[in-house]
Ligand binder design. Structure first.
Ligand SMILES: Nc1ncnc2c1ncn2[C@@H]1O[C@H](COP(=O)(O)OP(=O)(O)OP(=O)(O)O)[C@@H](O)[C@H]1O
Ligand SMILES: [Mg+2]
Length: 494
């Protein structure tokens, strides 16, 4: 049953009616003042009657759910997201003008109201049924905003407003709104498309839908090692109670190290797919200070993997903590180089990063994984990678025979072949990354088959062996800019 008679109060007509009443009220007020009645009498009189009068003029109360609440502009209010999701699911049939966004699943759309649109909603039968509420969607004009929200940004902020009668106050606050939030959360989970976010500037994330195909099923590595990692991730994901019980922040740090092309980035994608988490890829060189790093972190949501790739390249970490006073370094970090030289390294300091990892973790809720990757483990400050910060160190190494056989099965669909033994022996003699092996196993033309691909791989391995014998192997490749030799190569673990 719809109380459609109530609609005009919140519709276009309400504006006209209220204006008339406002004019009348002003006239009455001015005449009362002219009568020169004592102020306290006026106040008491108005106070007593004002609520009753307001209830006659507009019997509807309202609850506003704003896009950004008291937490500032950093993060959209959860309640707002939940109401939006709830209304998208339950009332899109009633609204006349809708906005559509892509949802999970290629053909699906998530619908929401456009500005100024109103829809009705009713209580469920078990909640008493029948009672009608009105939801309106609108935006606050820029001048009404808190200046802290946008600085110079004059964008409007949106809000949902629920209208209801005074006699329904209890049921709205204690039954209806809690259900709206619950159901909204369920809709969000259903429609959730995972995001890959990266910081385009020092304080702002931008995101695309995360659709990386890599899974643990297609990641070549020692099966025992793979199982250990998958178990570790599962234990973490299901460990909410455990972390609460032992009083630890619900987070886990992984350090992936190994030469280029050994699958570190592929492993991160597999982790995100396995856990169904979002990924935040922090580009440290765009972050100008520790404060900005903190701001970026505060904006991340739970159920996410925060990634800092090639940590040794983006940050001057070695011994930084010992050499300089932290606060001094923090201050300096915010300023440009005095000699005007362009510094491509981040101004984030080691102490800033350490605070970021363990200090703030605890304050910002849980279920976050942080992953560092590096090609040079020995360059990292021990403080950064000690257990408790980087709980699990995973070495990604050159391709061994088992990894090769796994790749042959994935890429070519062959489990056995006469060249397997030759490839296995050659892989013991030369270092080839899984990336290079995978590339050799990828058919390049329509005529390529398992045979030709494997022969190509054998040829590539023999050439690498010859180069190594002639002193042109990987170990002799260019030295680093700072003159240090390329790190000692880790042995095969497979
Ligand atoms: N162990 C592996 N199993 C399956 N594919 C792999 C493996 N290692 C690498 N690859 C493939 O090789 C390519 C490069 O790998 P990836 O980018 O993960 O290397 P990386 O270790 O992150 O290198 P870098 O240190 O240069 O960032 C990817 O396409 C990936 O799918
Ligand atoms: Mg990588």
């Amino acid at each position: 049953m719809m109380e459609s008679a109530g609609a005009p109060w919140v519709g276009l007509n309400s504006g006209v009616v209220l204006s008339l009443i406002a004019v009348l009220w002003t006239v009455v007020w001015q005449n009362l003042q002219r009568l020169q009645l004592p102020q306290h009498f006026l106040k008491r009189c108005i106070g007593r009657h004002a609520r009753r009068f307001a209830a006659i003029v507009d019997p509807y109360l309202s609850v506003t759910v704003a896009e950004y609440d008291g937490g500032g502009r950093m993060r959209r209010a959860e309640a707002y997201e939940e109401v939006k999701a709830y209304l998208a699911e339950t009332t899109s049939r009633d609204a006349r003008h809708l906005r559509a966004e892509g949802a999970k699943g290629a053909d699906r759309l998530m619908l929401s109201m456009v500005d100024g649109e109103e829809v009705a909603d009713v209580l469920l039968p078990e909640e008493g049924g029948g009672t009608v509420f009105w939801w309106a969607y609108s935006k606050a004009p820029p001048q009404q905003q808190d200046w802290r929200w946008g600085g110079g940004n004059q964008e409007s902020r949106h809000y949902y407003r629920l209208f209801f009668l005074d006699r329904h106050r209890d049921v709205v606050l204690n039954t209806y709104l809690p259900r709206v939030r619950r159901e909204g959360r369920a809709v969000m989970v259903k429609n959730r498309r995972r995001k890959l976010s990266t910081n385009i500037s020092s304080h702002e994330w931008t995101h695309v839908t995360f659709e990386h195909p890599k899974t643990f099923a297609t990641l070549a590595m020692d099966p025992a090692k793979k199982k250990e990692i998958v178990d570790d991730l599962d234990t973490f994901k299901n460990g909410k109670d455990y972390y609460a019980r032992v009083g630890k922040a619900w987070k886990r740090g992984y350090l992936l190290h190994g030469p280029p092309g050994t699958g570190k980035s592929a492993m991160i994608a597999a982790m995100a797919n396995h856990l169904d988490y979002d990924v935040y890829d922090i580009e440290l060189t765009s972050v100008h200070s520790n404060t900005e790093l903190r701001k970026l972190f505060i904006q991340t949501k739970s159920k996410s993997i925060i990634v800092i790739e090639d940590i040794d390249c983006s940050l001057d970490l070695t011994g930084a903590r010992g050499k300089k006073k932290d606060s001094e370094q923090d201050n300096k970090a915010a300023k440009a180089d005095s000699d005007g030289k362009k510094d491509t390294r981040s101004k984030v300091t080691l102490s800033g990063l350490l605070n970021f990892i363990d200090g703030l973790w605890s304050a910002c809720g849980g279920e976050r994984i942080i992953v560092f990757t590096t090609n040079h483990l020995e360059k990292l400050d021990p403080a950064l990678i000690r257990r408790g910060r980087m709980d699990k160190h995973i070495e990604m190494s050159y391709c061994g025979a088992p990894a090769f056989e796994f790749l042959a099965s994935t890429y070519l669909g062959v489990q056995e072949h006469e060249l397997f033994a030759t490839v296995g022996t050659l892989l013991q003699e030369v270092d080839m990354t899984p990336a290079d092996v995978a590339e050799n196993l990828t058919p390049k033309s329509i005529d390529d088959d398992a045979d030709s691909c494997l022969r190509g791989l054998v040829a590539a391995l023999e050439k690498a062996k010859e180069d190594k014998a002639n002193g042109r192997g990987k170990d002799q490749q260019p030295e680093e800019e700072d003159g240090g030799a390329v790190a000692a190569l880790p042995g095969k673990s497979e």
